[in-house]
Design a protein around this ligand. Sequence first.
Ligand code: SF4
Length: 81
Amino acid sequence: MAQTRCRKCLFNQDSGELYQSIQELIASLSPEEKAGEEEYRRRLDVCRECEKLQNGMCLSCGCFVQVRAAKRKERCPWEKW
Ligand code: SF4
C-alpha cells in the first residue's frame, strides 16, 4: 500500500514513535530554553509553507523543525523566522 504523505503536515502517518520522541525532547527543555507558545506556533506555520520541509525535517539544516522551533534561541537557516 502506498504511503500517505502530505508536505504541509509535519510528519507522515507512520511517524508515531518519532513524533513521541520529539514531544518528549521538547518537554524536557527548561522554561528558559523554550520559545513562547505563540512564537512556536508561528514558526511552525512558516515551516509548513516552506519548500524545504520534508516529513518534519528541514532539508536546509537537517533538524526536526518542531525541535528547532521550540528552542527560543534557534533561528531558521533562511531567516524566515
Ligand atoms: S527552518 Fe526555515 S528553511 Fe527550514 S523548513 Fe522551516 S522555514 Fe523552511
